[in-house]
Design a protein around this ligand. Sequence first.
Ligand code: HEM
Length: 510
Amino acid sequence: MISILVWMIALVALFIHRRQFRMSILQRHGIPGPKPNLWWGNLFEYLKTPNVEWDSQLVEKYGPVCGYYMGAKPVILLAEPSLIHTIQTNHDFLDRPRRVPGGINPDPKRAKMLGNLGVSDWKNLRGILDKAFSPQKLKGMSHHVAALVNVFMSRIAPNDDVSINFYPLYQDLTLDLIGKTGFGLDSDIQMNPNDELKKAVDQEFSKSTGTFLLKLFLCFPEIQCVLQPIRVLLEKAKHWMGFGGHSELWNLGRNAVLQRKNQPQADATDLLQVMLDSGRLDETSIVANSVLFFEAGFETLSAGLAFITYLMIKHPEVQEDVRNEIRDILKGSGGKMDCFHLKQFRILDAAIQEALRMFPPQTTFIGRSGSSAIHREYSWKGQQLKCIIPANVHVQVGLYQILNSDEIWESPRRYNPDRFQPGTTLNQEQSFAFQPFGNGKRMCIGKKYADMALKMLLVPLLSKYKLVRSDETEDDISVIYKTATMTPKKGVFGKPVADPLFPEEELHDV
Ligand code: HEM
């Protein structure tokens, strides 16, 4: 009996010793941060504070290389541009660790999504999916974008007195865009509020993720092998009982795959066709990545459009410059707007870049972990400091912090598109920091698509309307910080005042 007791005490002591070792990894590698509780790290403080605010407080207090513990999981937060650049261009740092091992949503199908794959599988899939964003494919998609933008324009009722909320209109447009150009779905969300794709996406985005099991899982990774199957089983049970589990969006994705297989469309330019043509992806993988594109593209693109619109409304002088540029370019092209010519809109481009700097829609998603350690010296507040980024630890880029740091940018909260005008060059620190779409091999796959869609919407909108303030326009836009994105909280209000740069019949898309 006594020997059993002695063994038990020894085992508990060993466990505590190992735990203390685990919970001191950041400190041992010269990475400062709030003191972690032995059992739950900083999880509860983290969950109490909106994530971007939490990250900002940490960088402010502990410097540009700091860290904390999500339960027992160490996270290193980086707001030091040159170290970020080193990591993003290092071939040993290609892995994107999941925030929660096994996923916030434990559905095993989600492990097949591009953003969740281990390095070697990710390389194969990225090689396939990149083909969907070649210039030729984007050109093919641009016709659908133009058609859906026309539907958007038909929803704008010009009225000098009536204020409209642009954000929900952008959300509808973005869903139609991804549905059509991604999967050939003929959704009609912009005109039909009961469209099944809209309901499916609403359901997907309203899932609750902060369960007790998830917190336990984060605090005790040692029992991962027991807890993960329980989490998966509960997810399946929810599905069987008809609440939660895999959703209508997955069903719509599966139907789109089946329909395309039954009625092949070899000339389709969408992402679905690219995945089918590869001949290397099973049905689950195709559907999982369809869902991912909705998740990764919907909030980012619609919020991006909303933030830019807000800044245009608030800064009529910038809007005027952009409209003059649109007038000059379209006059030169006989009113034609071609996706290959979008690069000419340099002033518009600068206005967009600066908006994405101030309000990066994707905030906390740029994560990496490496297979080797990086030793580094850096300076902070006049001190020369040393740190080691250990292998296999989640490194998160403090994107909002580097894009809004007054050590990197002059007057960062001032909307100043001149920073990105042709002829102005960013210094090295700024060029490493400016990455609203991420950087390196794992940067956003949808960047070119997003760039095309942003301009293909803003050019016709601003060529027809001057956007002006209304009583509901916020002086400082309020935002919500979600798991990985930031979006407008109340929306973006303003008045579209008819002020066409061209007679109606002169403006067309090709
Ligand atoms: C304004 C719009 C968008 C912004 C600001 C944005 C931003 C980002 C960022 C910051 C990342 C992480 C990059 C990194 O880790 O270096 C990312 C990844 C990703 N984005 Fe976007 N994104 C946008 C639109 C889109 C769209 C429209 C799609 C789909 C069509 C998309 C699909 C993805 C995917 C699949 C990944 C994961 C890539 C990988 O792991 O290889 N994004 N995005």
